[in-house]
Design a protein around this ligand. Structure first.
Ligand code: SF4
Length: 242
């Protein structure tokens, strides 16, 4: 039986030593060893990336997986790569982040009312975790959501994160089927347990460089998340996490 966690810090400390996915652990360590030339002086993190944010958050940001030379290098979600360079200025403008620039774990960044996590916590080859690896990582998300006691809204970045959140809702008995939940930018659902789900395109360079996801589009997602959090006062009625 897994040891019950009492805090998000303790959960993070367990996550960083996780070895459930041999392929991903090997990949992350290999990247950390070889490194990219521009980061040759860095000591890469190379371990599972812990979640980051405000333990009293009402909004959860659910990403896909660490970037090979971003958070796999810096050890903090969305820190040090193109996705983070697009995300954090928007979070700052929306009032969730204390500063627009995310450089490293010691840059002073603080989040308010927001907690950032991912459906896979180790950088996968080609940014594609396998279904088995996503299943391996899912129990961490279950524990984490159980510890975020003020949670009202989940913003899912990309379809894999959206599917991961629906899988969580299914595991916890909140939904019987995923039918009727369709991913799209700006798609919004209210789960029977009371949690609001907001879908967004992922801020990958592939999406932001092509204009598929623009800064105004992304900012509106977080403004909407704030409004949803503000309007969902009182008990969420969430189903208990088994
Ligand atoms: S992806 Fe998740 S389950 Fe797999 S090794 Fe990393 S932290 Fe563990």
């Amino acid at each position: 039986m897994p040891v019950a966690v009492t805090s998000l810090d303790e959960l993070n400390s367990r996550i960083v030593s996780c070895e459930r996915c041999p392929r991903l652990r090997e990949h992350c360590l290999q990247i950390a060893k070889v490194r990219r030339r521009q980061y040759s002086s860095w000591e890469y993190w190379g371990r599972p990336v812990p979640s980051f944010g405000d333990p009293r958050a009402r909004v959860l940001l659910l990403g896909l997986a660490p970037g090979a030379h971003g958070s796999n290098r810096t050890g903090r979600p969305f820190t040090g790569d193109g996705s983070g360079n697009f995300l954090y200025p928007v979070l700052h403008e929306a009032g969730f982040a204390s500063q627009p620039n995310a450089l490293n774990r010691d840059d002073g960044m603080q989040l308010t009312d927001l907690w950032i996590t991912a459906v896979a916590r180790c950088a996968p080859p080609g940014n594609k975790p396998t279904p088995e690896e996503l299943r391996n990582c899912a129990p961490w998300l279950d524990e984490e959501i159980g510890l975020l006691t003020r949670l009202r809204v989940v913003v899912c970045l990309g379809k894999i994160a959206f599917d991961g959140l629906l899988a969580w809702a299914h595991r916890t008995g909140q939904i019987k089927s995923r039918a009727g939940y369709t991913f799209g930018h700006g798609a919004e659902y209210s789960l029977p347990g009371g949690l609001a789900v907001l879908a967004s395109y992922h801020p990958s360079l592939q999406n932001t460089n092509t204009g598929k996801l623009t800064r105004p589009m992304f900012l509106e997602i977080f403004r909407r998340a704030r409004r949803l959090a503000d309007t969902k006062r009182g008990e969420t009625g969430r189903m208990p996490i088994e």
